[in-house]
Design a protein around this ligand. Structure first.
Ligand SMILES: *Cc1c(COP(=O)(O)O)cnc(C)c1O
Length: 747
């Protein structure tokens, strides 16, 4: 809820930025097309960037009551939000384009340890930053349906307030008002149906992360915002006297994953179908306009639409996909390629979106060094073979304004006192902190800041988690991210259970073990059975361990409810250890790892995604890196036998058996047996233990214990933490956005 005081300050802020927001602009603009923007609390970021620190202090409790804007699932949507902040701060003309979902990501609750979901009706509290542009609405046509796309523009204010860009989100509405058509004929059933179907297009965010659920409505959503965005840009271009063939000189469009890829055939349709350009020239314009970012190599996330679904939903667009397919074959022939394997845009009756994006773009990038290499070697190898010059890497980043300046005022002050405040817009400045890693007074102060952040978090947790009391004297170990098998929260849970039993058996000496709180935060896709089972499993372990007086002076376990951006802003500043334990080769980059590093957590992680670059910057000796690398996994794959590990390793057996021996109850759902089977037997089309939990179990347990044992030497631990902070400069999204702007967009 927005209080009157906050609304008054927002009005003042909008008036203040109005000249910068409305300033005419004549150069080339970059456009970030994204189905998700996970922006969190807009108001705090805007006040921060406008220097309204007095508002942040005086209104802090009222700002707490403002809802998160969660128009995204996880990392991909949060990246889009960080990019907007960085571009505006660096003065790049970059606008965001997406969907104005009426309901954002569901709110999570727990019932007997199981996840429950309820709708996120964020608009109920108002949307004071957005301006509805009634005069710029336009009609979007699907097969037999036409709807309004109404743009809502939100200002994106750069730090210092000099540059104000725009996030334009499209809302779908019925064309036919209550007074017309079916209502006229008193055919109320059809009239309401028509209305509901129109509203439905932008009604809900798909709550899946890293999966493609191929639904007609989702394709409609993608086309709806891609087409509306493109057409509004094209209209702006031609209205100001631009020629269709010069479109790419005025606009660069970055596709955030394949979700907006339908914009490619749509631009061809606009150029060829509506502006009578010849196909070859239109192709060239499209190729110069578009650039593609891939976010995953997970097969289940690579979007493919059945031709039947695609052509019936978008009959005006599908012919351009067919024309592309024909042109591609001609292009391949000129290169002497007659085997279309890996190239076909329409393959086995399915339209392959990643291939369209690779073909009709001038730039294809991955989001961390290892990920970009894997792309070239596997999923996009055929395209790398014929267009090597298109491929590059753009390692993700995070905005330090939100993920340090706003969320960790204590640490921000500590830093500014030592090296000045330039880090706010130039994160490489943090390197100047390196000498303080050997200054005991600074390290003591750093520990004190961490403690204060833990106390602050504990107070917050107490009110949100039924009075649960985190002990701020404990080391805080965090795994916060979407729940997915590849991220291996299950492995974390098993290792905690292993520690628990070894403490009970006396195999880990209690006097040597340092008290640790294990905190999880994660939402599972509502339809993802195993992920939901893992949440239940962690909650069962937590119940047992937290109430066991033998160990609860040493261990705490908490799964927080409804992890979101605002919760992350509370949790991350309090973290000592950052769990980044995805199977090598599965996490494209990760950005949670960067937020935690910047806030002084050491990484307990695998050689995966940006973890590799994080430890290259901050030093292996200042982190806890373990486990199989991509090469090891590839080498192990064919002979890997989780059953053998289970049979030969009593610790593994003990913790896995809790799923089937009645130690924990899954309330009769059978999900614990299913989790057990997913490791030991495999299930449906999956191999047993497809994410290699048991392969990494011992190295992980060892590394985790090393990290826990390192903690009591608080000065040595703070030394590692400060070196992580000092070397986090590379992971600013300011750096990432400059690379996109200069190496891809030319803005
Ligand atoms: C940063 C962030 C993520 C991404 O976390 P990863 O660990 O990179 O998967 C997901 N959700 C929220 C709320 C975030 O702030």
């Amino acid at each position: 809820m927005y209080s009157k005081n906050v609304l008054r300050e927002i009005d003042a802020a909008l008036a203040e930025i109005s000249p910068a927001w409305n300033r005419p602009f004549d150069g080339k603009r970059a456009c970030y097309f994204s189905a998700e923007f996970l922006i969190g609390r807009v108001v705090t970021g805007n006040f921060y960037n406008l220097g309204k620190t007095d508002c942040l202090t005086n209104l802090s409790s009222e700002l707490e009551d403002v809802e998160d804007v969660a128009l995204g699932n996880g990392g991909l949507g949060r990246l889009a939000a960080c990019f907007l902040d960085s571009a505006a701060t660096k003065g790049y003309p970059l606008d965001g384009f997406g969907l104005r979902y009426h309901y954002g990501l569901f709110k999570q609750g727990f019932n007997d340890g199981f996840q429950t979901e309820s709708p996120d009706d964020w608009l109920k509290y108002g949307d004071p930053w957005s301006i509805r542009r009634e005069d710029e609405k336009l009609q979007i046509r699907f097969g037999g349906q036409t709807v309004w796309a109404v743009p809502y523009d939100m200002p994106i204010i750069g730090y210092g307030g000099k540059t104000v860009n725009t996030l334009r989100l499209w809302q779908s509405e019925p064309i036919i008002g209550l007074e017309f058509s079916a209502f006229d004929r008193q055919d109320y059933a059809s009239a309401f149906k028509e209305q509901n179907e129109a509203f439905a297009i932008s009604a809900t965010l798909y709550p899946n992360d890293d999966t493609d659920d191929g639904k007609r409505l989702r394709l409609k959503q993608q086309y709806f915002f891609s087409s509306a965005s493109l057409r509004s840009l094209f209209y702006r271009h031609t209205q100001s006297g631009g020629k269709p063939e010069d479109f790419a000189e005025k606009f660069a469009i970055q596709l955030n994953d394949t979700h907006p890829t339908v914009a490619i055939p749509e631009l061809l349709r606009i150029l060829v179908g509506e502006n009578e350009m010849d196909f070859e020239q239109a192709f060239s314009v499209a190729q110069k306009t578009f650039a593609f970012t891939n976010h995953t190599i997970m097969e289940e996330a690579l979007e493919k639409w059945s031709t039947e679904l695609f052509s019936s939903t978008l009959p005006d667009v599908y012919p351009y996909v067919v024309m592309l397919q024909n042109k591609l074959r001609r292009d391949l022939h000129t290169k002497g390629i007659y085997d279309y394997n890996g190239y076909n845009l329409i393959d086995n009756g399915r339209v392959n979106m990643a291939r369209i994006a690779s073909y009709v773009s001038h730039s294809v990038n991955g989001v961390a060094a290892i990920h970009s290499e894997i792309l070239k070697a596997t999923v996009l190898k055929p395209w790398y073979t014929i267009y090597p010059e298109r491929f590059s890497n753009k390692t993700n980043g995070i905005t330090q304004r939100r993920w340090l300046g706003l969320c960790n005022p204590g640490l921000s002050k500590f830093i500014t006192e030592r090296i000045g405040g330039d880090w706010i817009t130039d994160l490489d400045e943090l390197k100047k902190l390196i000498p303080y890693a050997d200054d005991v007074n600074s390290l003591r102060q750093l520990n004190e800041i961490k403690r204060e952040n833990k106390v602050r978090l504990a107070d917050y947790v107490r009110t949100r988690e039924d009075g649960f009391t985190l002990n701020p004297e404990f080391a805080f170990n965090l795994q916060v991210k979407r729940l997915h098998e590849y991220k291996r929260q299950f492995l974390n849970a098993l290792s905690i259970l292993d520690i628990y039993y070894r403490l009970k058996r006396g195999e880990i000496n209690k006097s040597e073990f340092s008290p640790t709180a294990f905190v999880f935060g994660a939402k599972s896709a509502p339809s993802y059975r195993r992920a939901k089972g893992i949440i239940k499993f962690v909650n069962e372990i937590a119940r047992t361990v937290n109430s066991d007086t033998d160990v609860n002076n040493l261990l705490q376990i908490l799964f927080v409810r409804d992890y979101n951006v605002s919760y992350a802003e509370k949790l991350i500043p309090a973290a000592d250890i950052s769990e980044q334990i995805s199977t090598a080769g599965t996490e494209a980059s990760g950005t949670g790892n960067m937020k935690l590093m910047l806030n002084g957590a050491v990484t307990l992680g695998t050689y995966d995604g940006a973890n590799i670059e994080i430890v290259a910057e901050s030093g292996e000796e200042n982190n806890f890196i373990f486990g199989a690398r991509v090469e090891d996994i590839n080498a192990a794959a064919s002979s890997y036998s989780p059953v053998k590990i289970y049979e030969n390793n009593s610790r593994v057996r003990k913790v896995l058996d809790t799923l089937i021996d009645g130690t924990f109850s899954d309330g009769g759902t059978g999900i614990f047996r299913e989790l057990f089977d997913s490791i030991i037997k495999g299930a449906s089309w999956h191999k047993p233990d497809q994410y290699y939990l048991l392969l990494d179990f011992e190295p992980y347990a060892d590394a985790k214990l090393r990290a826990i044992k390192a903690y009591p030497d608080r000065i040595a631990f703070a030394h590692m933490q400060l070196l992580n902070i000092a070397n986090a400069g590379k992971f600013s999204s300011d750096r990432t956005i400059s690379q996109y702007a200069e190496e891809i967009w030319g803005v």
